[in-house]
Ligand binder design. Structure first.
Ligand code: PEP
Ligand code: MG
Length: 503
């Protein structure tokens, strides 16, 4: 036990040294306010109550330091979360952050500094969406992880950026060192550490062949998404941040069918302000000119966590307090985002889309809140425009009442990732269930058809923005069903166009 305590003390020292370095860096690059955040964490690391609790757990429960630090971190964070004072509530994220760093140091894990790395392959146990959004995408050559799922948001981000990502790779991470050479073949699902000269040559040939194929696809730029018998479909792209618009234009998408706005809320210490959001949305719609930009309101929760939301632990987060449920329960957060959206709508072809809808009542409540925001902006003399408003169809409930919902909204966009998860009762994050997670299941395809028919009966258009929209094996079926739009990862736009034109 005492040796475990000594181990914790060594880790505390290492953590303190890291924080001192971070403090200097923050002061130089981010100014006093960034440095103050580090300072709060330095104080916590010296806090006697916190340290006593860690030592007490080790002594009384005969557990290791990592466990004691993690439990103490959770307990203290919860205590802060319950405080009246808003500033103190915000400190919960700091406790979690410092406890995480301390536990990583105890476990001897290196703390990657993503900001200043060379172009690299990232090898990890797992990656959360909030870690992924913080990385400088220009510098990531590939992801290779032991855990993860093809339907997770980390995988979705990788797909959007056209970064090869291998998951579920059995590796001993202790044997993998920073600076090692590796070849990742995304198409074959293979990684070779310390490749031979022959293996490197072979990889270079494959890269060249892929580049040739890529060049051929480029010839489809500027061409229509039209079948040989004249049927047309819109092909839009999915993005996660304002900085991703480059991928959309580069791949000649007709618009943005899903801007996952919650990524603006990840990887930071506090809520983005109305002004920050307004600037981000305006930048996207202005850059896209006349092309449609569909911004989905905050879909936080489940695998997309931001500590300052204080969502707490849930038994069943995918079915929990998330997305529109948070927005309806905490309308001030929702209204801030809606204000930013209505203001940004003045600058281009912006539409708003609401996630995780299950009933007509929810849509009516949303409209009431949106109307309140409109009246407030009008009264304050702030320029705004009420955009087209649609909903995501990603729960079986929404499918079954899609006839009623179609009357209330301007469009539908089918979120097949969640629709598959909820229809098949299969957690999209659980890698053990990947063999069962079958988005081609007849139930899903029939649901899509039903939604399309109900939308069209009411004169509304309908798209698919889940990953299934890019599934080339289904493109023909979707066109036959009458789907009006497919919104896919930007690197898939030209491939789907090629498929449509070959029909
Ligand atoms: C979906 O569920 O299909 C979807 C597009 O939303 P997300 O993947 O962000 O949950
Ligand atoms: Mg979803």
């Amino acid at each position: 036990m005492e040796s475990e305590i000594a181990r914790v003390q060594t880790a505390i020292q290492k953590t303190a040294e890291q924080l001192a370095e971070l403090y200097e860096k923050a002061q130089k690059e981010g100014g006093e306010s960034s440095a103050a955040i580090v300072e709060v964490q330095q104080m916590m690391l010296e806090d006697e109550d916190y340290l006593d609790a860690v030592y007490h757990i080790i002594r009384t429960e005969t557990v290791n330091g990592e466990y004691a630090v993690s439990v103490t971190g959770d307990n203290f964070a919860r205590m802060f979360e319950d405080m009246e004072d808003e500033y103190m509530r915000g400190r919960a994220a700091d406790v979690r952050d410092i406890s995480g760093r301390l536990a990583r140091n105890l476990a001897g894990q290196e703390d990657a500094d993503f900001a200043c790395m060379e172009p690299s392959i990232i090898v990890a146990e797992d990656l959360s969406p909030s870690q992924t959004v913080q990385m400088d995408k220009e510098k990531i050559l590939a992801f290779v992880t032991v855990h993860g799922s093809t339907n997770s948001h980390t995988a979705i981000l990788a797909r959007m950026m056209n970064i090869p990502a291998l998951i579920w790779v059995p590796m001993n991470l202790d044997e993998i060192r920073t600076g090692m050479k590796a070849v990742v073949d995304g198409a074959a699902g293979e990684v070779i550490f310390e490749p031979t000269d022959d293996q490197c040559r072979e990889a270079e040939e494959k890269i060249k062949a892929a580049q040739d194929k890529f060049r051929l696809l480029q010839e489809l730029k500027g061409k229509e998404n039209v079948t040989s018998d004249g049927r047309k479909i819109n092909i839009y792209a999915n993005i996660g941040s304002a900085g991703d618009v480059g991928y959309v234009l580069e791949n000649d998408a007709g618009g943005i069918g899903l801007f996952r706005s919650e990524f603006l809320y990840l990887g930071r210490e506090d809520f983005p302000t109305e002004e920050e959001q307004f600037q981000a949305y305006r930048q996207v719609v202005q850059t896209m000119g006349e092309k449609k930009v569909i911004i989905r309101t905050l879909d936080i929760g489940a695998d997309k966590q931001a500590d300052y939301f204080n969502l707490g632990k849930e038994e069943n987060p995918a079915m929990g307090y998330r997305a529109i449920r948070i927005c309806l329960k905490e309308p001030e957060t929702f209204k801030t985002q809606l204000r930013a959206l209505l203001r940004a709508a003045v600058y281009g072809n912006l539409s708003v889309m609401y996630p995780m809808i299950i009933s007509a009542e929810e849509v009516m409540r949303i409209h009431d809140i949106a109307e309140e925001v409109e009246q407030e902006l009008k009264k304050a003399g702030v320029p705004y425009r009420v955009p087209e408003q649609g909903i995501m169809i990603e729960t079986p409930a929404a499918v079954m009442v899609s006839d009623e919902l179609a009357e209330l909204v301007d469009f539908f966009s089918i979120g097949t990732n969640d629709l598959t998860q909820y229809t098949l009762a299969i957690d999209r994050q659980n890698q053990r269930l990947e063999d069962f997670y079958n988005p081609h299941h007849k139930a899903i395809l029939r649901m899509i058809k039903m939604v399309v028919d109900n939308a069209h009966k009411c004169g509304k258009w309908v798209g698919i923005c889940g990953e299934l929209g890019a599934d080339l094996a289904l493109t023909e079926e979707f066109v036959d069903m009458g789907v009006d739009e497919l919104s896919v990862a930007p690197p898939m736009v030209l491939k789907v166009r090629e498929k449509v034109r070959a029909m």
